[in-house]
Write a protein of this length. Structure first.
Length: 219
């Protein structure tokens, strides 16, 4: 089983790599420090699986999962995150994730998750399964931040996240390989779709929708 490991913390990646490579038949073929790198590696290497964190800069794990599933549908994605709330679990699964594992799970549960995904099954940690069921049964309100976010394209969500992270228009344009005018056009379209008039409002919306996290990194 060839795996790409994506997490923006070097020490976390080292620990996860050590755990993964203790499992017979598992090989970590590459590491990514953000969601954009994970998408590129999934397309380039066509691994069996991507083990993905959620809270990463440039492109978070949920949006990266959506892109991977669109561009390389044969690649399985398992989210490994410290987040256990309904919002994160439901969004991850709706983005196409094949599994969701909490970071403090026992090593045995990691092995079980890999085995399940290898059999083309879906795996969800017991700690979050109740949240998942509740979220799928409870429709979101029409005016919710997450529902309005769903109206954006993947590229618009990508740009919204980068704006919320404090990147300038020039930095976003350079990162995406597009012109400043293109980024400005996207920003205008985002504001129109969300009914927001300024950048501060975009940041607040991104936080409420869970596109970026204010949670401190895991110790």
């Amino acid at each position: 089983m060839r795996i790409v490991l994506a997490d923006d913390h070097v020490l976390v990646r080292a620990g996860m790599r050590a755990l993964l490579e203790r499992i017979e038949g598992v090989s970590v073929v590459a590491e990514a420090g953000n969601g954009r790198e994970a998408v590129a590696l999934a397309n380039e290497l066509a691994p069996d699986m991507v083990v993905m964190d959620i809270s990463m800069k440039e492109l978070n794990g949920i949006e990266a999962t959506e892109l991977i599933k669109a561009q390389a549908p044969g690649v399985r994605v398992i989210i490994v995150s410290m987040h256990t709330t309904e919002d994160y679990v439901v969004r991850a699964m709706r983005a196409g994730a094949d599994g969701y594992l909490v970071k403090d799970a026992a090593p045995l549960e990691l092995r079980m998750a890999l085995d399940a995904l290898a059999r083309a099954e879906v795996f969800v940690s017991s700690r979050v399964s109740a949240h998942l069921v509740a979220g799928l049964r409870t429709p979101q309100g029409e005016g919710s931040s997450k529902e309005r976010l769903a109206a954006l394209t993947v590229r618009q969500k990508e740009i919204l996240q980068m704006i919320a992270e404090g990147k300038s228009t020039k930095e976003i344009a350079f990162s995406l390989g597009v012109s400043v005018k293109t980024v400005e056009t996207h920003r205008t379209a985002i504001m129109e779709r969300l009914g927001i008039r300024d950048v501060a409002g975009l940041v607040v919306h991104a936080i409420r929708a869970g596109l970026i996290s204010l949670d401190p990194p895991p110790s």
